[in-house]
Design a protein around this ligand. Structure first.
Ligand code: IPM
Ligand code: MG
Length: 362
C-alpha cells in the first residue's frame, strides 16, 4: 500500500468544512486498504493574519515543498481581512513559488444535475488556466496613495516560455483525453495587443507540433457567449490566468453549481508537490452552518489521487460522487435541496464502501 504525505491548508469560512469532508473520504480509502495518508494541517488564512499580521509565514513555500501534495480549502474573510492579503501572502506564493503553472479545471455536466441552460448538450471540457503569470503576475503598485494624483499600475506579464508550457500541457491533455481532440485558445489580442499577440503566436507555434489535434481561437468576450450557446463543442480550452479564472466559474455554473467543481494546480515537471482545491470561494454567508456542498472538495481529492498515480482510488471516489449526484438525493442547497455537508459526505462514504453500487465513471 503506497503512503503519501499531504499538507492540508483548510483556509477560511467553509474551507475547513469542505476539507474535513474530503479528508474523511481519504481516510476511508485508507481504511479500505487502498493507500495511506499522513496529514499535516497548516491553519493559514484570515485567522493567522489576525493573530500574526500575515496570512501565512514567509517561508510557506519551503515548508510545503517536502510534501507529496497539498490539499487546499478556500481563503478569504472579507469582513475581517482585505481580500488581497490571502491572495498575496498565501495563494499566489504557493502557485508561483511551487511553479504550479497549470490550473486544471474540468467541467462536466453529470446525470442528475440540472444545468441552467435550456439545451446544454453533453458538456465535457477542461479549462487549462495558465497559473503563474499573466494578469496575476503581481507586477505593479500604487503611488501617491490617497491623493488626487494617485496612480495604480498592474502589469500583465506573458512570457513565451510561460505561455508555451501551459499550451503544450493543453495539447498533451487533448491527446490523452482522446475525445474531440480539440484545443481552443482564449485570447483578447484585438485589444491587449502586446501580451495577447505573443500568446496567440505561441499558440500557433505549439499547435504546429500537434497536427493530430484540431484548434480554435476566440476572444474572451465571445468565448463567454459560446460557453452558453454551445458548451458541448469544447474539449480543452487554454486561457491566461484571469481569463481562465473567469471562464472556469462560468463553466462551473453551466454544469450545475460552483459547489461541484474541483481543480488541480499542477507542477507538471513534478519538481515539487501539486495543490488541489475546490474552485469555489470561502462563502462567508453560509460558513459555520454545515451547509456547504463538499463535492467540489471531494472531487479535488480525486484529482489529487489521480495525480499521485492512485488511479483506482481516484476512479472509486469519482464514481461515488457521480452516483450520489445521479441518485438525486441528498442535495445541498446550491443544488436545490436542503441537505447539509454531513449528509452529502455520508452519501459519498456509503458508496465507497459499496463500490458495486456506483455508476461507471466515463
Ligand atoms: C480561484 C480564485 C482565486 C483566483 C482568488 C481567491 C484569488 O478565484 O482560485 O479561482 O482568482 O485565482
Ligand atoms: Mg476563481
Amino acid at each position: 500500500m503506497n503512503g503519501y504525505s499531504i499538507a492540508v491548508v483548510p483556509g477560511d469560512n467553509i474551507g475547513p468544512e469542505v476539507i474535513a469532508a474530503g479528508c474523511r473520504v481519504l481516510e476511508r480509502l485508507q481504511d479500505l486498504g487502498l493507500c495511506r495518508f499522513a496529514f499535516e494541517h497548516f491553519p493559514w488564512g484570515a485567522g493567522h493574519y489576525l493573530r500574526t499580521g500575515r496570512a501565512a509565514p514567509e517561508d510557506l513555500v519551503a515548508r510545503l515543498r517536502p510534501f507529496d501534495a497539498i490539499y487546499f480549502g478556500a481563503h478569504g474573510d472579507p469582513a475581517r481581512v482585505p481580500d488581497r492579503v490571502g491572495s498575496r501572502e498565501l495563494m499566489h506564493p504557493l502557485r508561483q513559488g511551487l511553479d504550479l503553472y497549470v490550473n486544471l479545471r474540468p467541467a462536466r455536466l453529470l446525470p442528475g444535475v440540472p444545468s441552467p441552460l435550456r439545451d446544454p448538450g453533453d458538456i465535457d471540457f477542461v479549462v487549462v488556466r495558465e497559473n503563474t503569470e499573466g494578469e496575476y503576475a503581481g507586477a505593479g503598485g500604487r503611488v501617491h496613495r490617497g491623493g488626487p494624483d494617485e496612480i495604480a499600475v498592474q502589469t500583465t506579464v506573458v512570457t513565451r516560455r510561460g505561455a508555451e508550457r501551459a499550451m503544450r500541457f493543453a495539447f498533451e491533455l487533448a491527446r490523452r483525453r482522446g475525445g474531440k481532440r480539440h484545443v481552443h485558445c482564449v485570447t483578447k489580442s484585438n485589444a491587449l495587443a502586446h501580451v495577447m499577440e505573443l500568446w496567440d503566436e505561441t499558440f500557433a507555434l505549439v499547435a504546429a507540433d500537434y497536427p493530430d489535434i484540431r484548434t480554435g481561437k476566440s476572444h474572451v468576450d465571445a468565448m463567454s457567449m459560446y460557453l452558453i450557446e454551445r458548451p458541448a463543442a469544447f474539449d480543452v480550452i487554454v486561457a491566461s490566468n484571469l481569463m481562465g479564472d473567469i471562464l472556469s466559474d462560468e463553466a462551473a455554473a453551466i454544469t450545475g453549481s460552483v459547489g461541484l467543481a474541483g481543480s488541480a494546480n499542477l507542477n507538471p515537471a513534478r519538481s515539487g508537490p501539486s495543490m488541489f482545491e475546490p474552485i469555489h470561494g470561502s462563502a462567508p454567508d453560509i460558513a459555520g452552518r454545515g451547509l456547504a456542498n463538499p463535492l467540489g472538495a471531494i472531487r479535488a481529492a480525486a484529482l489529487m489521487l489521480d495525480w499521485l498515480g492512485e488511479r483506482g482510488a481516484a476512479r472509486l471516489v469519482d464514481g461515488a460522487i457521480d452516483a450520489t449526484l445521479a441518485a438525486g438525493h441528498p442535495r445541498t442547497r446550491d443544488l436545490g435541496g436542503d441537505a447539509g455537508t454531513g449528509a452529502m459526505t455520508a452519501a459519498v462514504l456509503d458508496r465507497l464502501d459499496a463500490p458495486h453500487a456506483t455508476a461507471p465513471h466515463r
